[in-house]
Design a protein around this ligand. Sequence first.
Ligand code: UDX
Length: 437
Amino acid sequence: MKIGIIGLGFVGLSFASVLASRGYSVIGVDIDKEKLKKIKNGMVPFYEPGLQSILKKSLKKDLKISSNISDLEKCGLIFVTVGTPQKRNGEIDLTMVKNVINKIGKLLSKTRHKPIIIIKSTVIPGTTQRVILPILQRISGKKAGKDFGLVTNPEFLRETMAVNDTLYPHVIVLGGDNNIFLKKVKRFYSNLHHNVPIVLTNYGTAEIIKYANNSFLATKISFINQIASICEEIPNANIDDVAKTIGLDPRIGNLFLDAGPGYGGSCLPKDVKAIIGFSTKMGVNSTLFTAVEKINEQQINSIMKLLKQNIGKTQGKKIAVLGIAFKPETDDTRDSVSVKLVSRLVKLGAKIIIHDPKAIENARKIFHDKVKYQKSVTLAVKDCQCAIIMTGWKEYEKINNETIKHMAKKFIIDSRRIVSNKNLNAKYFAIGLGQKI
Ligand code: UDX
């Protein structure tokens, strides 16, 4: 059976490459011609560890790349993995999903095959049934459940772990009407992954599962960040010891308790905003998620407060920001807390020098010549009044007294506690650590 995958971002490209590497015949489709050119040449258009080598292998097997959805005519399964970015008002933007669905509708109208359309893109509950299904039926003139299948299949992969999470997911969620098409998708997944739980449910439940998952993760982060702020007021207190200890309680679990400058990236901030918007619309007060979001925003305020207390006005001051990617091992700067911090500092007239091992090119697209960029940490912090560690890159563990020797003022804010045990000859503040006495 041939498989089509529409949208070759983190999710789609990882899925296409993994499936082809496992012997499936796959056609990956995207409208971005530049991106397609790179992918066809075995180049991943973003930085994702391990993906390039698996893509290269897959291209030698049966992975075809196309810009044309009509090339999917013979595909039994068509996965939709296009993005659902955030609009200015916080709602998700369904433009890309709708465009793709329109084209699939046209394809359906012409084919005698009965493909299954599988929605992997994150969509607000109700979207598959009330938006996607009517478009498909109207444009194709055919009926879901009879002439084609429609299944919701939310994706939980993490950037930087995309290949691993695609190969070894913790769960497969399939939402749809309990018919032959749903059973076919279930069979596909049980052949692909042995011993992975497959949850069969309806459209709306599958859609809310994704939001429940991500908003719970965001809640864990805001919870530990709130405790971290309290720790900062307790002499010698250490948030990592707190996290490690409460994490031993199996009811809590030890993951996602790493305090920091707040969660960022293309999913958690967008999904928390979307669930707040959705529940408000439904008349459900989103007290918890509003607090989660508020705590997330407060993390930057604490950094700004520390700066003010220690170097006064930031205007004209040289400040090094170490790490602009939203997490280590990626070049992704989407909704990165570090980007927000730099934007605020630039507005206040600070002279910012950004260092990041992978994300400088993406940072340039945002800040152009409003900031300076440095490839070496030592040069980035030279003559600075402060260095702020924002992303937990391994490279920053090497920072020592030699690295900061030429800082104008030896003042470090370490949002990830990376150099907390270095006894640096500097004024040192870390998120979640009480002052040493
Ligand atoms: C997330 C979800 O984990 C994934 O299941 C979903 O499919 C997409 O969204 P991702 O955006 O790749 O994945 O990043 P993730 O590793 O979850 O980190 C998100 C943010 O939370 C990052 O800014 C990270 O630094 C922060 N974080 C994470 C913390 O501050 N502390 C933690 O303990 C964990």
